[in-house]
Ligand binder design. Structure first.
Ligand code: SAM
Length: 289
C-alpha cells in the first residue's frame, strides 16, 4: 500500500499527474500518518460497517477505512484525483468511489443501496468551506450510527458546547438534537499540505437512537431555536417576538411563562428539553388561533 501521507511519496505523485491544490474545493491533504489511522480507529469502523467517506482526496483516510470496514463508499468532487486514487486505493475491492458533489447525493438512498445489512457510518476529513451543510445533510439523513469528522477546532467546540457557554449556538442545538458529540483529538496545522490557517479537531457524533424529549412540531422547534439565538444577551421574549411576529411581545411573554421560565430568561442558557417546552407552547398557541 502506498504511504500517501509520506511527503516524499505524495509530492512526486501529485507532480506526475500535474495536480495543483484547489483552495476553492477545501483541499488540505493529510501528511501525518497517525491522523488518518487515529480517525479510522476512533470512528469505530469495523467489518460490520458500511462507511461513507466525503472527499477522499488522494486517499489517506480511505485506505485506513478500507482496511477496517466491510464496504467504503467515497464521494469526491474533483475528478482530477481519479488517476491518483487508482494508484493509491485501486487495490481495495471493498471500495467504491462516486464522483460528484456530496450535497447532490440522496444520502439515505445511497446508504440503503450500498450498505444493506451493514451498520452505516460516515467518516471524513471535511472540506471546511462546506462543513455545516455537509454535517447538516449527514445528520438530517438520520441513517448513520455515527458520524466522525475532522473540522476546524472552533466548529468542533461549537458542536460540543454546553448551554450558557460562549460557543453554544443554534448549530450546537441542531447537532445535539440528532447526536451526542464527543471531542476526540486536535490536529495541528502542520499535519496538512498546504497548511490551513486554523487548528483542526476530530469529533464523533453518535446518532441518538431515541430522542427522549416530546416535540409537537419539529419545524417550530428549530424556528424557536433560531429565534432564541438571534438576539444574544437579550431577553428571550425579544428573540421570540422577532422570530414569530404573529405572537407579538405579549404572546412571546405568555409562551415563556406557560413553559415555566422566568420572564428575564436568555435563549442561550436553554437546553434542548427547555427549547422543546417553549416550542410546544408556541405550537399550542398557534393551534388555538
Ligand atoms: N481525505 C483527504 C485527506 O484527508 O487528505 C482530503 C481531505 S480535503 C480537506 C477535502 C476533500 O473534499 C478534497 O479532496 C476535495 O476535493 C473534496 N471535496 C470538496 N468539496 C466537495 C464536495 N462538495 N463533495 C465531495 N467532495 C468534496
Amino acid at each position: 500500500m502506498i504511504n500517501v501521507c509520506d511527503i516524499q511519496v505524495m509530492k512526486p505523485l501529485l507532480a506526475e499527474h500535474g495536480f495543483h491544490f484547489s483552495k476553492a474545493k477545501g483541499q488540505n491533504f493529510l501528511i501525518a500518518p497517525w491522523v488518518p489511522q487515529s480517525i479510522a480507529e476512533d470512528s469505530g469502523v469495523d467489518e460490520t460497517v458500511g462507511v461513507l467517506e466525503i472527499g477522499p482526496g488522494i486517499g489517506p483516510l480511505t485506505q485506513q477505512l478500507a482496511l477496517r470496514a466491510k464496504k467504503v463508499c467515497a464521494v469526491e468532487l474533483d475528478t482530477r484525483l481519479a488517476p491518483i486514487l487508482q494508484k493509491t486505493v485501486g487495490e481495495f475491492d471493498n471500495l467504491e468511489i462516486l464522483w460528484g458533489d456530496v450535497l447532490d447525493q440522496d444520502i439515505p438512498g445511497l446508504v440503503r443501496e450500498k450498505f444493506e445489512g451493514l451498520r452505516p457510518m460516515a467518516c471524513a476529513n471535511l472540506p471546511y468551506y462546506i462543513t455545516s451543510p455537509i454535517l447538516s445533510a449527514l445528520l438530517e439523513a438520520d441513517c448513520f450510527e455515527a458520524v466522525t469528522v475532522m473540522v476546524q477546532k472552533e466548529v468542533a467546540q461549537r458542536i460540543a458546547a454546553a448551554p450558557g457557554s460562549p460557543d453554544y449556538s443554534a448549530f450546537t442545538v441542531f447537532c445535539q438534537y440528532y447526536a451526542e458529540p464527543e471531542l476526540l483529538f486536535d490536529v495541528p496545522a502542520h499535519c496538512f499540505l498546504p497548511q490551513p490557517k486554523v487548528t483542526s479537531a476530530v469529533i464523533t457524533l453518535r446518532v441518538r437512537k431515541e430522542r427522549t424529549w416530546d416535540i409537537l412540531d419539529e419545524k417550530i422547534f428549530f424556528r424557536t431555536v433560531k429565534a432564541s439565538f438571534a438576539m444574544r444577551r437579550k431577553k428571550l421574549s425579544n428573540g421570540l417576538a422577532a422570530g414569530f411576529p404573529e405572537l407579538g411581545k405579549t404572546g412571546a411573554a405568555e409562551v415563556i411563562e406557560k413553559a415555566g421560565f422566568d420572564a428575564n430568561i436568555r435563549g442561550e442558557t436553554l437546553s434542548i428539553p427547555d427549547f422543546a417546552r417553549i416550542a410546544n407552547e408556541i405550537a399550542r398557541m398557534r393551534g388555538q388561533r
